[in-house]
Design a protein around this ligand. Structure first.
Ligand code: ZN
Length: 91
């Protein structure tokens, strides 16, 4: 059983404990913390890609390109999916 220091009160706490027995501070397991950060980064990357596609689509429409409408449509769908994923994660 590994021990870690509580980030709040500094006492030693088991890494398998859900929270510190001394002060009640929740003990985040490293794996969980990294997963949450990676997930939100992936959603942000998806949103950035979606905005880029919408911008490309609008540029395509401006120049009367056949790629304009599909690119903008995919971008809008991707953006909505990213928003939905963010809402699903964080409520
Ligand atoms: Zn504590």
């Amino acid at each position: 059983m590994a021990l870690t220091n509580c980030p709040d009160c500094g006492n030693q706490v088991s890494t398998s404990a859900a929270m510190c027995p001394h002060c009640g501070h929740p003990i985040a397991r490293d794996g969980e913390r990294i997963t949450t950060q990676q997930t939100s980064q992936r959603i942000k990357a998806l949103q950035a890609l979606a905005v880029l596609l919408i911008a490309l689509g609008l540029i395509g429409l401006y120049f009367d390109s056949v790629f304009g409408i599909p690119a903008a449509a995919v971008g809008i769908v991707l953006y909505l999916a990213a928003r939905l994923a963010g809402w699903w994660r964080h409520g």
